[in-house]
Design a protein around this ligand. Structure first.
Ligand code: BG6
Length: 472
């Protein structure tokens, strides 16, 4: 062992920052002219489903604290930040009249980012369907695709002179899985055929938004944010395990990655969907819409891998078809866990993603748009100076950055790294259970923010554009 230290440098102009979403941070969810979205409504009818009965109404209060928050971001070295526009804040009914208060709010927020020299990356949809749109079928209804494209066009026209990085969706597979298979999002349907329709319409909605962006000829870029969970088979030599991993990859990763980046679905996925009678309703011209509106860049959220093996038995045909008909989950004996969130920590996954994008997706420019570690009851780690000593988070980020750096040094075109997240925020059904932030948010004390050790550590990394590590 030596005490020598050395630095890993990242490419010039590398983006350092964090991500969050409107519903998870703005608060004021029923004020200032905002319409309800599915989260406001679900909480209204089923508050008991939400951890400690905390709903979306008062999430972290960014709506009124954004100025101080953006200043805090600057203080810890951020040069970029992603958040989303709340569709139901901007257009309360999803279609039609615009809420001028929302226009003013987003203009002020974007100006503040620009004043602080922080590049805003803006997402148009982060799980928050306006209730009025869900009431007429949500993503199952093709009309919503048109409504989304109109909303996107409004955003580009209103804010495009300030925003140069747009993303259409955050993790579009999540509302498919959680809303139409596993009951973690409203409308809590379990139906794989409907799930496929939702996924398909979402992919078309993304391409249509990009089409609008291109037609406006603005001078920015339009991308999409995908949660890529590399699928690892139990046994690389076992053809049945390999088949299972390939299907998981097709369903959960390539179902959005291929149409977004390559402009078309993988043939293998089309066959799988056909063989299982899951073909969605397709409109004339869709093929060209996808082909002509590929993304300019990709954001990748990476938290955990997916480990699978061949299914142990044939799927019971009396049960509704689920993705698990095609694979069983597998626990790798050497796995390292984030026991609070129940997710495996596998740092090398970020390198595998980097290489996959380089080798199979034309080395499209991409950035890590989310990576992070949610931990419960972090107050346990408060020191005498009132700082949470979250060394586990520093370790987590450091190890991921080492693998990311290796991917970049081998030619992967990665232009940034964003943590989830800047300050503790509301995590959907999990409320404020797992905390992810560089800043602690005291929800019992007016949402007071205080820096954690990881925030101070990140400042050094971001400001030096490099990671100091010890030689082992
Ligand atoms: C991503 C989402 O899936 O992970 C965020 O984009 C989410 O919205 C984050 O909060 C962390 O997951 P969770 O479920 O612990 O909040």
């Amino acid at each position: 062992m030596s005490n020598d230290k050395y630095n890993l440098s990242f490419p010039p102009n590398f983006l350092w920052g964090a991500a969050c979403s409107a519903t998870q941070t703005e608060g004021a969810s029923l004020e200032h002219g905002k319409g309800k979205n599915i989260w406001d409504y679900w909480y209204e009818i089923n508050p008991e489903k939400f951890f400690n009965n905390i709903g979306p109404k008062d999430t972290s209060n960014f709506y009124s604290m954004y100025k101080e928050d953006i200043k805090r971001m600057k203080e810890i070295g951020f040069n970029s930040f992603r958040t989303s526009i709340s569709w139901s804040r901007l257009i309360p009914d999803g279609r039609g009249e615009i809420n001028q208060e929302a226009v003013n709010f987003y203009n002020d927020v974007f100006d503040e980012f620009i004043n602080q020299d922080i590049t805003p990356i803006i997402c148009l949809f982060h799980f928050d369907m306006p209730l009025a749109m869900q009431n007429i079928g949500g993503w199952e209804n093709r009309e919503i695709v048109e409504a989304f494209a109109e909303y996107a066009e409004q955003c580009f026209s209103l804010f495009g002179h300030k925003i140069k990085y747009w993303t259409t969706f955050n993790e579009p597979i999540v509302p498919v899985e959680c809303g139409y298979l596993y009951e973690f999002h409203y409308p809590c349907v379990i139906d794989m055929k409907r799930a496929v329709q939702v996924a398909y319409n979402t992919a078309i909605a993304s391409a249509k938004a990009i089409e609008k962006y291109k037609s406006l000829k603005q001078d920015g870029k339009a991308g999409i944010i995908l949660n890529l969970t590399p699928s690892y088979p139990r046994d690389n030599e076992n053809p049945e395990d390999l088949k299972a991993a390939n299907i998981a990859d097709l369903l959960f990763n390539r179902s959005f990655l291929d149409p977004a980046v390559n402009g078309k679905y993988p043939e293998e996925l089309i066959s799988l969907i056909k063989e299982n009678d899951l073909i969605p309703v397709i409109s004339d011209g869709d093929e060209n819409i996808l082909l002509n509106n590929k993304v300019d860049f990709l954001g990748v959220n990476y938290y955990q891998p997916r480990r699978v093996k061949a299914p142990s038995k044939v799927w019971d045909s009396n049960k509704p078809l689920m993705p698990e008909a095609f694979f069983d989950y597998y626990q790798w004996p050497e796995r390292k866990m984030n026991k609070y969130r129940g997710w495996e920590i596998y740092e090398k996954g970020i390198y595998d993603i980097a290489m996959n994008i380089k080798n199979n997706y034309g080395n499209i420019p991409w950035y890590v748009s989310e990576n992070g570690m949610g931990v419960q009851e972090e107050e346990r780690f408060i020191n005498n100076e009132d700082i949470i000593e979250d060394d586990y988070r520093i370790e987590f980020i450091k190890e991921h950055l080492i693998w990311l750096h290796k991917g970049i040094s081998e030619g992967s075109n990665c232009f940034g790294y964003h943590i989830w997240t800047f300050m503790d925020n509301w995590s959907w059904l999990n409320g404020y259970k797992n905390r992810y932030g560089f800043f602690r948010v005291d929800i019992e004390n007016n949402f007071k923010r205080s820096i954690k050790k990881s925030g101070l550590w990140f400042k050094k990394v971001a400001e030096s554009n490099s990671l100091e590590i010890s030689a082992k």
